[in-house]
Design a protein around this ligand. Structure first.
Ligand code: NAD
Length: 500
């Protein structure tokens, strides 16, 4: 792939991508491919002010017309799917097929949001007073701040932006400092969509803040931004959440996961095998929904786990741009060091490790390719509490479903979970009030690869936020209850009399 060709297809000016101090490296070989000008706190102030002004206009544009802008964005994404997918792959290191998949997710959420733009429904509510009506309205709330992680550099923006825009909000995006070039490409496509849309797209409707966490902090602390949607590590959410709460802002937090699959005795082991393999090694273990733990019933352990180990030994690891590759690189050396540390800890705790260690180090001295690892944990009470953002799969045995569900839940995070079973009672228990405590609980599919139609997010230290489908749009609006008196009297609620 020729990166210059990709830049030109996406209308990116190479010179301006090399005019600043924020260095951007590709995980493919660790080489630097851009150095961007960063925004100062004063720049952020100006951009937030512009987003506030744009909001005042945008909120008055009818919802279905706002949907038209998102439709145009979706069309441009369709047109540029291959080049944007390639840039995603180059900048964050996921394989090209997953880069394309990520852009497809953007297109899907645009389609969803276009339909939604005609369905921002409130309720009509029966009033207890004669001659009165009660209605609920959903109103635009203001500029929405979007902070995104490196591993879904463009889809997370789209999940938030498409909904916020049809809801009548302006948007301010602070992408990961590891993946800002894809953000510039998206901003360009958005500006093109605005041009096609016409004059009622106000100037400054979408703002981009380039920089490290300090510029994210400026956004987080600004009370002109009523909603902060932040995707990233739990450590980040632990700082951002209280700061936004202290100014009575709203957060949509999408943080770390520690996702598990239970493989029951009746499981279709072919499905379980595929689901686990994709979930554990896909995106080199760098998805918030990556499969990190499996609880395998004693009866099927020997039929499944050796098969997984064999598959791990034959995985095609290599450049994410090569069509044959299934496992690309980790994002950087820090990620590699974290993987090494987690494996050393597992070993010290008696874990039996298959795989692990650097791969292709001769070919890519500055690219961090690894052999995905399986760690068989022998102790019955073992569990793993931390998320390590790397392809490490911890394997546990179980005998009793209740105990397996309890162990699955016994971690600080609560994002994604699944069970492979053909026993309908087990499947129902898993999704019951006494089952999985995660935001996502699947049956006979793995933990990763969510569709945009459902609300996406998780509980506990995953942050509790919901994005994407279902009624997640309500997070981007304010709710107004309005009572209308069409009688000639003024009866009070709850039967109170107040005669003068
Ligand atoms: P990160 O927490 O290092 O950074 C995420 C973003 O937060 C970046 O843009 C960063 O600059 C910004 N940031 C960091 N500290 C900040 C602060 N104090 N104030 C404001 N902004 C701040 O995460 P990462 O390494 O880019 O991504 C990996 C993590 O993201 C993993 O934990 C993964 O599980 C999680 N993730 C979660 C979801 C989800 O939907 N739940 C999706 C993708 C990734």
């Amino acid at each position: 792939m020729d990166i210059k060709d990709i830049f030109s297809k996406l209308g990116l000016d190479e010179k301006s991508l090399n005019s600043g101090s924020l260095e951007v490296f590709t995980p493919v070989d660790g080489s630097k491919f851009a150095s961007l000008k960063t925004d100062s706190a004063a720049d952020a102030d100006t951009k937030i002010a512009a987003a506030v002004e744009a909001f005042k206009i945008w909120r008055t544009v009818p919802g279905p017309r706002r949907g038209e802008l998102v439709r145009l964005l979706g069309e441009l994404l369709r047109k540029h799917k291959e080049s944007l997918g390639a840039l995603v792959s180059y900048e964050c290191g996921k394989i090209y097929q997953e880069g394309l998949g990520e852009v497809q997710e953007m297109i899907d959420i645009c389609d969803f949001a276009v339909g939604l733009s005609r369905q921002l429904y409130g309720l009509t509510i029966a009033s207890e007073r004669p001659g009165h009506k009660m209605r609920e309205y959903w109103q635009p709330i203001g500029p929405v701040g979007i902070i995104s992680a490196f591993n879904f550099p463009v889809a997370v923006w789209a999940w938030n932006a498409a909904l916020a825009l049809v809801c009548g909000d302006s948007i301010i995006w602070k992408p990961s400092e590891k993946t800002p070039v894809t953000a510039i490409a998206c901003q360009k496509l958005f500006e093109e969509a605005c041009k096609q849309f016409g004059a009622d797209a106000p100037k400054g409707l979408s703002q981009l803040l380039i920089g490290e966490r300090d510029i994210g902090e400026v956004l987080v602390n600004d009370k002109r931004v009523p909603v902060i949607s932040a995707t990233g590590s739990t450590a980040m959410g632990r700082i951002v959440g209280p700061k936004v709460a202290a100014r009575f802002g709203r957060t949509i937090l999408e943080l770390g996961g520690n996702n598990a699959i239970i493989v029951a005795p009746s499981a279709d082991l072919n499905l379980a095998f595929q689901g686990i393999l994709f979930g554990a090694v896909g995106t080199c273990g760098q998805r918030c929904t990556s499969t990190r733990r499996i609880f395998v019933h004693d009866d099927v352990y020997d039929a499944l786990v050796p098969r997984l180990k064999k598959a791990y030994a034959g995985l095609s690891i290599g450049s994410p741009l090569d069509a044959k590759t299934l496992v690309g690189p980790l994002v950087d050396k820090l990620a590699f060091d974290a993987m090494e540390k987690a494996l050393a800890k597992a070993k010290a705790e008696g874990g039996e490790i298959t795989g692990g260690g650097r791969a292709l180090a001769d070919k890519y001295t500055e690219g961090y390719y690894v052999n995905p690892a399986i760690v068989e944990m022998k102790g019955a009470a073992d569990n793993v509490q931390e998320e390590t953002f790397a392809p490490i799969l911890y394997v546990f045995r179980y005998t009793d479903l209740e105990e397996a569900i309890a162990r699955q839940n016994d971690v600080p995070q609560g994002l994604s979970s699944s069970i492979f079973t053909r026993d309908v009672l087990e499947a129902e228990i898993f999704t019951s009030e006494a089952g999985s405590d995660c935001g996502i609980a699947n049956i006979n599919i793995g933990t990763s690869g969510a569709e945009i139609g459902g609300a996406f997010g998780g509980e506990k230290e995953t942050g509790g936020g919901r994005e994407s489908g279902s009624d997640a749009w309500k997070g981007y609006m304010r709710r107004m209850t309005s009572t209308m008196n069409y009688s000639k009297a003024l009866p009070l609620a709850q039967g109170i009399t107040f005669d003068t």
